[in-house]
Design a protein around this ligand. Structure first.
Ligand code: KE4
Length: 429
């Protein structure tokens, strides 16, 4: 057994001053039991905790660390930027450079606004959609998580699903009365919603590849269907690519599935590990934003030079596309190995993957929506999670989260992970 004495001492202290001892609920290991470890440093595909234990990391700080931790070019960029000041509160050249990287990478983005988190990005995109269309209602899908803004914290995924209250306390019914929640991958439900709410729906917001209830894929043609339905009803299609943006491809899920959304939201990778969110899309929509339009949105640290410098360094490294080829090779090897491991352990596991995002559901049948995902055996997942942790593999501490491979992972890491999984799946049976 690994010793985690220092983490335990720190956690006891953290519990006295931070709710649940964490600054984001999913980190608390509540879904898998036990206590979280405290990270002392992160490098490449590794985390080292305060007790000196080293783990192969498949959480990647929930997505941003696509190049691995402490990527030298990002560190240097942040160090250089810091020497010129950490925040100006004025326009600065770096925000222009990052904006141009995103516009070059994602053709549907004609204009972009930076903010400081994915939550801000999706909250602002929804407000913008309502302001542009003059309509109030928004469609979201159960199990999709778009951050914790009031009108979207309904049947949400990620930590809300993990902790079992996808509809948060503290959100007045009035704040969510315009949020229509539908099952994902169900075309009839979307048709019925538009028929029941003619000319009232401002838009549909979705994760094009949902990664907040584990990981499942849009059924063939589903995203095209949503594009057609929104266009026919003069509603906006909003892709929440906070997780998939620059993860699945340089152009995100919209490049993979050849869809042109009206608005897209970003976060995670575009900040290189520093706090950045962004939303962008058609210029005629974006120009409704203050100071030129009537939709207000703002942020003290939006576009701050450190975060912009980190994001530029990350996107420059991703520009050639070589990273995505490497990630696909690693992802395919992990998928094949995990399927073999489950077979040899005699344990039913649905291993689902999109590029370098993955999830192993402990269930017999394929997962296409959150109801399917809820059928997974979470107790078995919890035992498997700890079995992997003891073998030096850190997976997301919840069945309802996606895992992430980084460019710093090696085939040796994948082989070690797969052999650990064969043992941990068997032990968790
Ligand atoms: P943030 O506000 O946490 O930067 O982004 C919210 C968000 C929006 N949209 C999508 C698709 C997301 O995945 C997220 C945040 N993802 C979770 C991981 N499942 C963040 C982890 C956490 O809450 O600690």
């Amino acid at each position: 057994m690994m010793s985690r004495t220092q983490s335990e001492l720190l956690f006891a202290e953290a519990l006295r001053c931070i709710p649940g001892g964490v600054n984001s609920p999913v980190r608390a290991f509540r879904a898998v039991g036990g206590q979280p470890f405290f990270t002392a440093r992160a490098f490449g595909a590794r985390l080292e905790d305060v007790d000196g234990n080293v783990y192969i990391d498949y959480v990647g700080t929930w997505g941003p660390a696509i190049l691995g931790h402490a990527f030298p070019k990002i560190i240097r960029a942040v160090q250089e930027a810091a020497g010129r000041g950490t925040s100006f509160g004025t326009p600065n050249p770096l925000e222009m450079r990052l904006a141009k990287w995103v516009l070059e990478s994602v053709p549907s983005i004609q204009k972009i606004r930076f903010c400081n988190s994915g939550t801000e990005a999706t909250m602002s995109a929804v407000r913008l959609a309502r302001g542009f269309t003059g309509r109030d209602k928004i469609i979201k899908f159960d199990g999709c998580y778009h951050g914790h803004s009031d009108s979207l914290l309904v049947k949400a995924g990620s930590g809300a699903l993990t902790l079992g209250y996808p509809d948060s306390a503290g959100v007045p019914a009035a704040f969510t009365q315009h949020t229509i929640v539908l099952p994902f991958n169900d075309e009839a439900a979307v048709r019925a919603a538009f028929e029941a709410n003619p000319d009232q729906i401002a838009g549909i917001i979705l994760e094009p590849v949902p990664g907040n209830a584990g990981l499942y894929l849009p059924k063939p043609g589903y995203l095209d269907f949503l594009r057609r339905m929104t266009a026919e009803n003069r509603a906006l299609l909003i892709f929440d690519e906070v997780m998939t943006g620059f993860r699945l491809a340089r152009g995100g899920a919209q490049q993979i599935y050849h869809i042109t959304p009206d608005l897209s939201c970003f976060g995670k990778i575009i900040g290189g590990g520093l706090p950045v969110g962004a939303f962008g899309g058609r210029a005629e929509i974006m120009d409704c934003l203050a100071p030129i339009g009537p939709v207000y949105q703002a942020g003290t640290l939006s576009g701050n030079p450190l975060a912009m410098a980190a994001g530029i360094a990350a996107l420059e490294e991703l520009a050639s596309g070589e990273v995505y080829q490497h990630l696909e090779e690693l992802g395919a090897a992990l998928e094949a190995g995990m399927r073999d491991a489950a077979k040899s352990a005699g344990v039913p596991v649905q291993f689902q993957r999109a590029g370098s995002m993955f999830c192993g559901y402990f269930t017999e049948t394929p997962v296409w929506n959150v109801s399917d995902a809820m059928r997974s055996d979470r107790q078995r997942f919890a035992r498997y999670f700890h079995g992997m942790l003891e073998r030096g593999i850190y997976l997301a501490p919840s069945q309802f989260e996606a895992g992430f491979i980084s460019a710093a992972h090696t085939m040796q890491d994948i082989e070690k992970t797969v052999s650990a999984a064969a043992e941990a799946m068997k032990a968790a049976a």
